[in-house]
Design a protein around this ligand. Structure first.
Ligand code: ADP
Ligand code: MG
Length: 316
């Protein structure tokens, strides 16, 4: 059977079978694994692979930005749990002919975003690759025991919220892929694609305030929200009108005839946080956010104000 038939998430369900976990350990299925420690803290671990040709085109991205993005998307998984960063491990398979100058630029970007979030590089592995560059990053974080926010805590009646505008990254990518003219506004969008800012501070604030479920937006809410719904055994109503969009995205969509919602809901790689909170908790939140919908009984997403069923980005 071709794994394509299983799909990415079907495959992960298969991998998950038959694994025995110690008491309190959370394994496959959330943004991070959670490992309680006797110190009253819990360790958060996440790992992500970036493959040349699949996740980035080596001719299109500068080494500095690739380094930034490799660290940032992993740090974002710590943010998604409401955790604090501890450090990271970086492994790569380098194609023959890789230049020292290229690598130094990569590390400049990697270390810059890591320093911003107190996430020093602690180790890794280096090997060669027959042709393409492959990067794997593992990031470690921590939280007080029981304080990290899982995908499984959403309750019927909770509000669904996001920490910032959606779709900019996908709209930036559309500029790169279609090769259309890049003005200052397009640059803002492209920057959002290449230089995502992990929402660690926001995640910590939201966890402390008691939000019920949280994850980061990597595949678009059309896909990501379904993970929260499935893990929590609930459904959702999302009001398309209330999804926050940047002015840059609105103007570019009007100019090129692109669908705003395709970027905002199915685009992905925004790395904003998607979370649910009771009305009482949401009212008191100090972290800037936008309410986009509500958790309801049942399953799946009902999109208010649109006919399409948005599914988000699919890896295979
Ligand atoms: P994210 O987008 O937050 O990085 P993913 O969608 O990549 O999360 O993964 C979902 C879950 O499946 C995570 O808990 C991840 O650790 C797990 N997972 C993905 N691939 C594998 C694998 N090859 N083996 C074990 N667990 C995996
Ligand atoms: Mg994630």
């Amino acid at each position: 059977m071709d794994i394509k038939e299983l799909g990415e998430f079907g495959l992960i369900e298969e991998i998950k079978k038959g694994i025995a976990l110690a008491e309190g350990v959370e394994g496959i299925g959330d943004d991070c694994a959670v490992i309680p420690q006797t110190t009253g803290r819990e360790t958060l671990v996440s790992t992500d692979m970036l493959m040349e040709g699949t996740h980035f085109l080596i001719e299109d991205i500068s080494p500095y930005l690739l380094g930034w993005k490799s660290a940032a998307v992993n740090i974002s998984d710590i943010a998604a749990m409401g955790g604090r960063c501890v450090g990271s491990f970086l492994s790569f398979a380098l194609p023959k002919g890789t230049q020292k100058e290229w690598l130094m630029e990569f590390f400049r970007g990697y270390k810059e975003v890591s320093a911003l979030f107190g996430c020093p590089l602690l180790g890794g592995d280096t090997t060669t690759s027959p042709d393409r560059l492959c990067i794997n990053v593992t990031v470690l974080g921590e939280a007080a025991c029981g304080e990290s926010v899982k995908r499984s805590g959403a309750k019927v009646g909770d509000l669904i919220c996001v920490t910032g505008p959606l779709g900019d990254s996908a709209c930036g990518l559309a500029h790169i892929l279609t090769g259309c003219v890049v003005d200052d506004e397009a640059k803002v969008l492209i920057d959002r694609h290449y230089k995502p800012m992990p929402r660690v501070t926001e995640g910590l604030g939201l966890a402390a305030a008691g939000v019920s479920a949280m994850m980061d937006i990597s595949d678009g809410i059309g896909s990501d929200l379904r993970h929260i719904l499935k893990a929590s055994g609930v459904g959702a109503e999302v009001d398309l009108e209330s999804i926050p969009l940047s002015d840059e995205l609105k103007r570019k969509c009007a100019l090129f005839g692109w669908e705003e919602m395709d970027f905002a809901v199915s685009g992905g790689e925004d790395y904003e946080l998607l979370f649910t909170a009771s009305e009482e908790v949401e009212k008191k939140l100090e972290v800037p956010h936008h309410v986009i919908g509500r958790i309801v009984e049942g399953e799946g997403i009902r999109w208010i104000g649109g006919e399409k069923d948005y599914m988000g980005f699919r890896h295979f």
